[in-house]
Design a protein. Structure first.
Length: 582
């Protein structure tokens, strides 16, 4: 063997020794990892190599009676950041966020978030539409910055904007219903979020084809309302015009199917837009149809007359001697116009809306009897409409009534009601003397995706069919040319109605404010075969406004639209002539 060959062998043995040494080191380290520190390193591997994201469950839709979405959910994103990656460039990143998101995000607050110490995660902005979030992330990436990310979420949207806003309600930042149907049916509408766990690279990128685990989300269930979207839209616009033109503080317009007590339209003005966030303050977002209480005024005279007619103590043509004025318990009572002694029929009292004629008629029943009938008509209890925040109104016990109380309550002062209570009560007159609970929801999606009808209590009788028919004839006289609301008449249809004008009560002192009124009009059509009942309320319009001149024209337009929308044809009959005097 030559010297060169011996040198070559020595180099080979040296290299092999080095390789063996290296493998020995690896073996020792592998033993340490697998044997001594296995659990600790496994935990670190899981933390560094996997990520978990929430799969948001879309909230159920709120639909109109024809399946049109009034509230729905759309895909959105939440923007987040890792301050360890954004702190150095916080001002520049914050500026880009403000440029893309506008006034929806605060520049200085965002800088503070991007610099949050000892944190790898902060929320920057929730409820960002998907396309806006994608555009924002691209702008940040194009500028060469990292550390801003996005997470999927489900956003609530209201396609109609302000449409039926106070009935629908809205959701808060966490997706929970705050008011209206959104709150009442929150458990139904809310789904169950899912999750997705997957492996990621050290830079945070998802590894394709790697193991993953998915927990399926469960969407929220749909709620079908009784509302007709087209009628709702029209009534919203008409009411808003009336509130503006009359300088009223607020207004209500509600239409109900007499036979089913389904509310097909419930409008309020002013209102709000949950989609854009405009008008969202306590004054606008409250649901006045169920929470506001007020004295109904002369609309309540129909209930007094119904109670008397049911006892057989009065009919449409019954004679009533109406005095020029009375003083009861030192309380002076008169009519809205000056007159001497009048000889009116019961129909004449309703047609001319005489307080004095009504209190004279009401003397035919005791405090206990009148209170009993008012309770039968639903006053002093919730209407059963099934909306949050509903008031019971105010109806004092008869033991606390004075003679003045008996008199004023008979014509709608000294009692406080909600609009849904008033609808329910007069609806019983339109429904042949049977009362039923108003409803705004007709169906709820079951677990199989089918719409299941919501059961409502059956109608029950509160006065006789004859009594209801008698009061209906009285109410038809109101819309006649010589009544107090000819503006409510609809060509070709028989219309029964009643005006209302009541003094407003100061919520602080509890005293009446002269010159400030709540005016209203309640009516139904066709009077001889009622299908719809519409109620208009305007709070504190201009001083000379009355129910017949201000609320009745709104009734005319909304009721006309309802009859047309649902294809209700005129009956072809004419209103019977009922004498107003004797």
């Amino acid at each position: 063997m030559t010297a060169r060959e011996r040198a070559s062998r020595r180099r080979l043995r040296f290299c092999l020794a080095i390789v063996v040494g290296i493998f020995g080191v690896f073996a020792i380290r592998l033993f340490q990892i697998q044997g001594l520190d296995a659990s600790a390193y496994a935990a670190q591997a899981v933390d560094a190599g996997t990520a978990k994201s929430t799969v948001p469950a879309p909230r159920g839709q709120i639909l109109d009676r024809n399946g049109v979405a009034l509230a729905a959910s759309v895909d959105g994103l939440t923007l987040t950041a890792d301050p360890t990656m954004t702190a150095a460039n916080a001002p520049q990143i914050a500026r880009l966020l403000v440029e893309e998101l506008g006034d929806k995000i605060d520049y200085f607050e965002t800088i503070d978030k991007l610099r949050t110490a000892n944190s790898h995660f902060v929320y920057l902005k929730r409820d960002v539409p998907a396309w806006t979030a994608a555009k924002t992330l691209k702008a940040i990436s194009d500028a060469g910055f990292t550390g801003v990310f996005s997470e999927k979420e489900s956003l609530r949207t209201y396609p109609g904007g302000k449409l039926a806003a106070n009935l629908l309600g809205y959701t808060n930042a966490t997706g929970k219903g705050v008011s209206g149907i959104e709150q009442q049916y929150n458990d139904v509408l809310t789904g169950t979020d899912g999750s997705s766990t997957f492996e990621v690279s050290p830079t945070g990128q998802r590894i394709p084809m790697a193991d993953s685990a998915v927990t399926e989300m469960v969407p929220g269930r749909d709620v079908t309302t009784t509302i007709d979207r087209d009628l709702q839209w029209y009534a919203d616009q008409r009411l808003a015009d009336a509130v503006r033109e009359s300088s009223s503080d607020w207004g209500l317009a509600i239409t109900m199917d007499v036979k089913t007590c389904q509310i097909v339209q419930m409008s309020q003005a002013p209102t709000f837009n949950a989609d854009s966030g405009t008008g969202m303050n306590d004054f606008n977002t409250v649901s006045r149809a169920v929470s506001n209480v007020y004295e109904p005024g002369s609309v309540l005279k129909t209930i007094t007359m119904a109670a008397l007619a049911d006892q057989g103590k009065i009919a449409a043509d019954s004679p009533i001697v109406v005095p020029s004025g009375v003083t009861i318990d030192k309380f002076k009572i008169g009519d809205y116009w000056d007159h001497g002694v009048l000889h009116l029929t019961a129909a004449g009292v309703i047609a001319k809306s005489s307080n004095l004629g009504t209190l004279v008629a009401a003397q035919k029943m005791s405090d206990e009897t009148m209170h009993h009938y008012f309770r039968k008509f639903g006053f002093g209890e919730t209407s059963g409409v099934g909306l949050p925040g509903e008031s019971r109104g105010i109806l004092a016990e008869p033991k606390n009534w004075t003679k003045a109380s008996h008199a004023t309550i008979s014509f709608g002062q000294g009692i406080a009601v909600t609009a849904t209570q008033m609808m329910r009560a007069v609806g019983a007159i339109a429904n042949d003397g049977k009362i039923c609970n108003p409803s705004v929801v007709s169906g709820i999606e079951d677990k199989d995706g089918k719409n299941k009808s919501v059961e409502t209590p059956a109608a029950h009788r509160v006065v006789s069919k004859k009594a209801a028919a008698s009061v209906t004839r009285m109410m038809e006289a109101v819309t006649a040319p010589d009544g107090t609301a000819p503006a409510a008449a609809i060509k070709g249809y028989r219309v029964a109605g009643k005006t209302g004008t009541a003094w407003r009560v100061d919520p602080v002192t509890g005293r009446y404010i002269r010159g400030q009124n709540v005016v209203s009009f309640m009516g139904f059509a066709p009077a001889d075969n009622p299908r719809f009942l519409t109620y208009i309320v305007l709070d504190r319009p201009y001083s000379s406004a009355g129910g017949g001149s201000t609320a009745a024209p709104v009734f005319h337009d909304v009721m006309s639209m309802a009859l047309e929308r649902f294809g209700v044809a005129p009956t072809g009959s004419k209103s019977p002539k009922v004498p107003q005097t004797w």
